[in-house]
Write a protein that binds this ligand. Structure first.
Ligand SMILES: COc1ccc(N[C@H](NS(N)(=O)=O)Oc2ccccc2)cc1OC
Ligand SMILES: [Zn+2]
Length: 262
């Protein structure tokens, strides 16, 4: 299995990733189940600040694993700082994980319960590292902001993304996506849990400071259903595989502390 030959199916899914990525069996893997009563309230944990400048989004693409919005990361216009972070981190991309109709689809769970979907905003430490690639394999290289999605009313801004999903139906399709400010996808309150973990997809690098917002955002079943029109496969492939259930199940906590902001 060279390169990107992992997936979420029976043969190439999370239970097989350790064959090509032995770190899958490491001691700081993600996602995890968050048990709120077992987290540590840390009064020294300050608020997080999200300074997202809308003119840094570039494109939206289907990478065969999820739908990804990429950002300019050659300057400090779109940053996350504060909270558990010692440096400001640059926004690189965001993507989603989701389930199949009416079932769970988030990666992290809370007291054993999953949400319908989970949004990940991936940032890297450009103060200490020269590139995303260098940062991605450093223990303090990445910061991923996780936001849970639950179903209910339409989300007033998510249509900006779902309206263009038809353009990136197939793996390796990409289209321009400029002027999008991910601030419109944040919930009202930024209270969070934080712990040290990993990327939840290969290469599964143990380089992520996870910051998970406690308050989910609300999207409609209809909007979430639009994500399921995406396909895992490329246009040239015969087999049509609906993109859904692209989430890794919770991994062993291995004694890690999960801290809670107030
Ligand atoms: C910019 O380069 C990368 C960025 C991110 C990740 N992995 C990321 N891990 S996660 N779920 O912990 O954020 O997962 C996906 C899942 C679907 C789409 C894109 C990312 C991997 C990257 O290069 C290998
Ligand atoms: Zn992710």
């Amino acid at each position: 299995m060279t390169g990107d030959q992992w997936g979420y199916g029976k043969e190439d899914g999370p239970s097989a990733w350790h064959i090509n990525y032995p770190v899958a069996l490491g001691n700081r893997q993600s996602p995890i189940d968050i048990v709120p009563d077992e987290t540590t309230l840390d009064r020294d944990l300050g608020p997080i600040f999200l300074d997202y400048d809308s003119c840094t989004s570039i494109n939206i693409s289907n990478n065969g694993h999820s739908v990804v919005v990429e950002f300019v990361d050659s300057d400090d216009r779109s940053m996350i700082r504060g909270g558990p972070l010692d440096n400001p981190y640059r926004l690189k991309q965001f993507h989603f994980h989701w389930g199949e109709k009416g079932h769970e689809g988030s990666e992290h769970t809370v007291a054993g319960l999953g949400y319908a979907s989970e949004l990940h905003l991936v940032h890297w430490n450009a103060v200490k590292y020269r590139s995303f690639t260098d940062a991605a394999s450093a223990p303090d290289g990445l910061a991923v902001l996780g936001i849970f999605l639950e179903t209910g009313d339409d989300h007033r801004w998510l249509h900006l993304i779902t309206d263009v999903l038809f353009m990136v139906k197939y793996k390796d399709s990409v289209t321009d996506f400029k002027g999008f400010n991910p601030k419109c996808l944040l919930p009202n309150r930024l209270h969070y849990w934080t712990y040290l973990g990993s990327l939840t997809t290969p290469p599964l690098h143990e380089s992520v400071t996870w910051i998970l917002l406690k308050e989910p955002i609300v999207v409609s079943d209809k909007q979430l259903g639009m994500f399921r029109m995406l396909l895992f496969n490329g246009e040239e492939e015969d087999e049509r595989k609906k993109m859904e259930n692209n989430f890794r199940p919770p991994q062993p906590l291995n004694g890690r502390e999960v801290r809670s902001s107030n």
